[in-house]
Ligand binder design. Sequence first.
Ligand code: NAD
Length: 432
Amino acid sequence: MNVDRARFFAEERWTGGVIGLGYVGLPLAVTMVENGLRVVGYDRSENRVAELNRGVSPVEDVSSDQLSSALASGLSITDEEEALAASDAIFICVPSPLGRNREPDLSYIESAAETVARVVRPGMLVSLESTTYPGTTEDILVPAVSAGGLAIDEDVFVAFSPERVSPGAEMKTGDISKVVGGVSAISTEVAAAAYRRVVASVYPVSSARTAEMAKLLENTYRAVNIGLINEMAQLAHELDISIWEVIDAAATKPFGFQAFYPGPGVGGHCIPLDPQFLAWRAKEANFATRFIDLAEQVNTKMPAYAATRVADLLNRSGLPVFGTKVLGVGIAYKPDIADDRESASIEVLRELERRGAAVAVLDPVVGSARIAEHGFEPVTPDDDLTGYAVAVLLTDHEMLDLEKIAAEAPIVLDTRGAYRRAGLQLDNVETL
Ligand SMILES: NC(=O)c1ccc[n+]([C@@H]2O[C@H](COP(=O)([O-])OP(=O)(O)OC[C@H]3O[C@@H](n4cnc5c(N)ncnc54)[C@H](O)[C@@H]3O)[C@@H](O)[C@H]2O)c1
């Protein structure tokens, strides 16, 4: 059965089931169809399902054309979980946020596991892709899958394989090597065979826990290095040295140095959150994660630091923050995407509002409607910017007209080094 099952996933035209059709699940479903497989995509949100069935993709990494052709060639999308029973392999791509006290909120994974328990049948592979603490696949998925009497490795196969896409980045789901760790050697083999049909390369590891921790290490590494460079940026400012020039110089070393850049804080739903899964699990083991805690302390203070730098610039011109018109440029959590979840840019602007500034926002990628939803006054690229005392560049979208902003706003604080990268040396632009 086991060897046969790996061969089945390697050779047959099987049906994949995807639970959760968001930033991760939808690209995975479409990639599977593009590789000749059939896919049942299940999402419990009726609105999401209706939108997708109209051929409208809410995710940057899948165009509506791509979605429509997938719908015409093997992808079916539904909000009825029973449809998943037709799948040979189920991939769980539901959210895994943090709760109020920054503890993992596993409710989505638990509810997806309950769905799997209701539709699982002999021969199925079940793979969890949601980012989570090491041990989740064994703690939550294995009991759910085997509750009805199916035996792991005899009847069903269970694995964890983290998704590593970065929305908006050039490398898409199928291009990035997939780390795959089963709850046993047999499950790893079966899962690796399935993933090889979908992605360019697969990297099997010895356990689901290893795969779970590998994902958390990747993002903890980023959070810690960003924390380090954010601290260095503050020190360099004190010493009247440009951190950007320092980084460029250090990056000429051909080995042993990887450039990270400062900014107004870390955002998005991965870098600020993922290390907390490790920190939470470490606490249970009575282990102190000092690097994670330190990086979080530094990074979460960056929005207030950026706001203080805006205040300092205004002060130099004899202006208070209170009652002054400030233009925030960019509220997405990173360039060239419309996603503003957990964005540090918004934190900077909220801090300025708390200090009494009148904040308006220019972000042509996020768009005016969403800006207004946040309670900020929206500004469009053609608007006159001369009425703002200061512009603070928070997200460096490619499409921003940097020259226009600096020509019209009397002072600019560039928290991303965008002017420097564009080769624009302007007297009224200060870099973080
Ligand atoms: N977005 C990213 O860039 C990214 C990158 C790597 C890893 N991840 C991880 O992938 C996971 C999914 O993230 P996402 O950004 O795709 O989330 P998302 O919010 O974009 O999409 C999740 C979808 O799951 C649906 N859903 C929730 N619970 C469900 C359930 N029980 N049954 C069926 N559908 C359900 C929601 O309606 C939603 O459409 C998370 O663990 C996240 O940390 C995300």
